[in-house]
Design a protein. Sequence first.
Length: 701
Amino acid sequence: MNRTSLHARLSLASSLFLISALFGAAPTWAQYMYLDTNGDGVHTDADVVNPAGPTNVDVWLNTNHDRDGSLQTCNSHTGAPQGSTSDSGLDFFSYDVYLVVSHGTVVWGEFEDKIGFKKLPNDEFSTRTDKQIHITRFADLGDEKPAGRYKLGSMTVTASAGTPSIFFSPMVGWDYSSFGTQCTATGEFPNSYVYGVDWFDADGALYGGTINHEPVLVQPSWMLVIENHVADQDLQATDEDGQALTFSKFSGPAYATVSTTDPGAGQAAGTIHLAPSSADVGVANLVVRASDGIFWDDKSVQLVVQRELQLNAQSDVTMYAGDTATQPLSAVNVLKEPLQFSVVSGPAFVTVDSRVYGIQTRIAPTARDIGTWTVTLAVSNGTIQDQKSFTLVVMRSPVDHPPVAVAGGPVQGIVGRPVLFDGSQSSDADGDRLSYTWMFGDGSPGATGASVEHRYTAEGDYTVDLTVRDLERFTVGTTIAHVATFAPARAFLPGGNGAMPRGATEVVVRVQPLGWSFDASSLAAAGPSSFTLTSGAGKKIAAVGWDTSGDQDADKDGKPDQGVLFAATDVAKLLEDYRGRSNADLTIRGDLSGGGRFSAPLTIQVVHHGGALFAGISPNPLNPVGQLSFVTNRPGPADVKIFDVSGRLAHHPIDHSLLPAGFHEVSVGHGSAGDALPSGIYYYRIETQEGVARGRFAIVR
């Protein structure tokens, strides 16, 4: 969800530079961390500075009060913190400030600490770009500050492009805006009070209101509905705070409505209702919103409106008087209801006949019927009717009767893959030997034969003509070829959870054909060399081989599928394009034996950790040990260090050692001498040829 409107903003417009309150209109003493630009130590909407030059920004911290407005009492650790003389209020020994820029870029000045806190000895621990800055400082052991109001530091900011706004960010990458304290917080980080977890007044309430968590909307399924019919789907959403929720349509077609059936108290229910007309046939997108009045969760739902009834096209007919011609009659009948075919308009010698070869039009003109006619046919299920017309030309009959050309179809095909055309139902009343000439509608040379194959080089709908000749006469029949670029397919990761298996060096992607276009054996016969996996940003990786497990139906749905292998390190690179998102929407494509290509969407759950490497630690917090894991794409030296909260080296498990490419794990939770590390906050730093990854973890005993 978008929380931009809920964060403090520092606007650098063409005419002014305005600081807005970080937590709405809360009193000054009701804030933990806030910004000030006029030097009075108070953050109000009246803070305006001259836009012509650099602007001084002060960062303040006030820890006098707990989240409920009362004095904080440290009651979850033994004894008062070292150097502390007060038994109430939030002592603090570190702070992290993340400021993020939107709607422009800025130039940051140097941040000057005002309370004597220091940087880590081995690292600047500060990330600066024209869009964000990360400021981290720590006190020496025993020098933590007692509860109170402090100006943490100052810096200058200058607008460089656009009209920038600057706001606190709860989390960027692996760290967050917070301050370290010996007191217990309410979130998952026991000794860090975290913005967005342990404090904020994003709902505009006075300080002391409870934290308002985002609601969670259960992803609705895509919906198929028939024109002029209705369809419904139940909605469910939860709210960690036990608040009542409402469902609404954020965007989507007019025929879709969203309503709340039970706002609940943390468990809410609603409904999607679809009532499309014939004008709504096609694919649309609906965005459903679950809201607690402040925060919301949006989910996108694909809607498909299908025609209830559609008469298939009829070919034009040219024939001689005295002859009899027929054409098959068929329709798309989604609801499988009884159908009635009829002649809406046209000459009396055109009738609907179902006595011999199924339902068909029967055309039996006499010499009196010579001329050109327009025939309109209809199909009805009692409620819906669809019509199609064709041209009928009746000529004077010579001694030789012309053949009847039946091109069949419509047919469907894939670019580069053979499409079969069958004209074997064509006939000649005189029993003459017939010849067949096909023109495929794409400018390519024609082909001869009753049944032929043709490969199209581009997608589209092509008009295909079949000319059937006897010794003297000919008839042209027409059909349509619907050609798509890719054969449709389904792709998934085995295991059912959509996530990369932990520790694997290779990722198995299963591909299953959809519909008629190909079968799983066409994948294996084509070989894996052409198979690629592509991100939404256009990054592409190649397959490294087949899954040799022998499993031909990984998801046990009764339909064969084929496994393709990709290097886990290559996949991890693709997933870096999806930093900050829970899912990566990728595309797998490849060649098919016999020609053509397939395409299938693939969704992979994304778990990213900060830094240039793909790294993480589990569990966190740990008791007594855990595993620090990271992936390298090529062999080379690696260095892994563990620091305690004061910046001292606590463990050096990998000391510039040469490692092969692949997945690596290091046990953490003990010191260099093998002794167990005490409870507290620790930091890891991983350095390889590919970059540096950093992270924070806690030990709880």
